[in-house]
Design a binder for this molecule. Structure first.
Ligand code: IPE
Ligand code: IPE
Ligand code: MG
Length: 243
């Protein structure tokens, strides 16, 4: 595998384990979410340093609205505080923020914060940090199917013209390359409705560490694991081929 391909272009992380981290310390779950913000800082820094161009973080799933209201409120508040507080450092590091997810359930304040952070960081060219916030991959696919169906009904497209690219172009990730590496912390081995279409040929890595304990070193370990993998895309191994 060439050196160029040993660094993933796009790393996507399911930041899991904040609640357990807090519980282990006799704290409230929201304190785990607060501690998790420091891990976000570490990972963003490490991604910029390592030359990763896209980093997607799963911050809040559509299913997460079903948690106790106090926890949901704390997460929304933390999001607003973090986007204001972190913006100067993100701009300094050349980080552009993009939010994916449905926006119709957010409060006016959260919507304002989303607009603000996306516009103030728009010039960043080192790393695009994609935050999946009120994101559901199945819902994203349903919305794409709806949009494509509308185009067919309008006579702009025939059913035979629908390709994989047509679907991809109607997803919320239309401008984002597919993830090369998907990491989920806390030892859980599932996708929980994250990037189902986009991760079809991603490499997966499930470290045991809880999200608030995930740091630069853990991120670099994930990149090492990735570099040791051989991606075959249904073809035969390079080593077999050259024999
Ligand atoms: C991930 O940590 C953060 C969100 C889902 C918002 P959790 O809150 O799921 O933590 P655990 O899985 O309960 O430990
Ligand atoms: C997935 O974690 C969502 C985020 C990390 C934002 P969850 O903790 O909500 O997922 P499940 O319930 O364990 O599948
Ligand atoms: Mg969890």
């Amino acid at each position: 595998m060439s050196k160029q391909h040993s660094i993933p272009q796009h790393v996507a992380i399911i930041m899991d384990g904040n609640g357990r981290w807090a519980k282990q310390r006799g704290k409230e779950r929201y304190e785990g979410h607060i501690a998790g913000v420091e891990s976000v800082r570490c990972v963003v820094r490490a991604a910029v340093e390592c030359g990763v161009k896209w980093l997607t973080l799963y911050a809040f799933s559509t299913e997460n609205w079903g948690r106790p209201q106090a926890e949901v409120d704390a997460i929304m508040e933390l999001f607003c505080k973090s986007v204001v507080g972190e913006a100067p450092e993100l701009i300094k590091q050349g980080v552009r923020i993009q939010i994916i997810g449905e926006r119709n359930r957010f409060s006016e304040r959260v919507l304002q914060m989303i607009d603000r952070i996306e516009s103030t960081t728009a010039g960043g060219d080192k790393l695009t940090l994609v935050l999946a916030f009120n994101y559901s991959s199945r819902r994203e696919i349903v919305l794409a199917a709806e949009a494509v169906a509308r185009r067919v009904a309008a006579g702009e497209l025939s059913p035979e013209q629908i390709t994989e690219s047509t679907i991809a172009e109607h997803l919320m990730t239309r401008d984002i390359p597919d993830p090369d590496l998907v990491v989920r912390t806390s030892g859980e081995c599932r996708l929980s409705n994250f990037l189902l279409w986009q991760a079809s040929y991603a490499e997966f890595y499930f470290p045991e560490v809880l999200w608030p304990d995930f740091d630069e070193q853990e991120f670099k370990r994930a990149l090492e694991v990735y570099a040791s993998r051989e991606r075959r895309y249904g073809l035969i191994a390079e080593s077999t081929e050259t024999k």
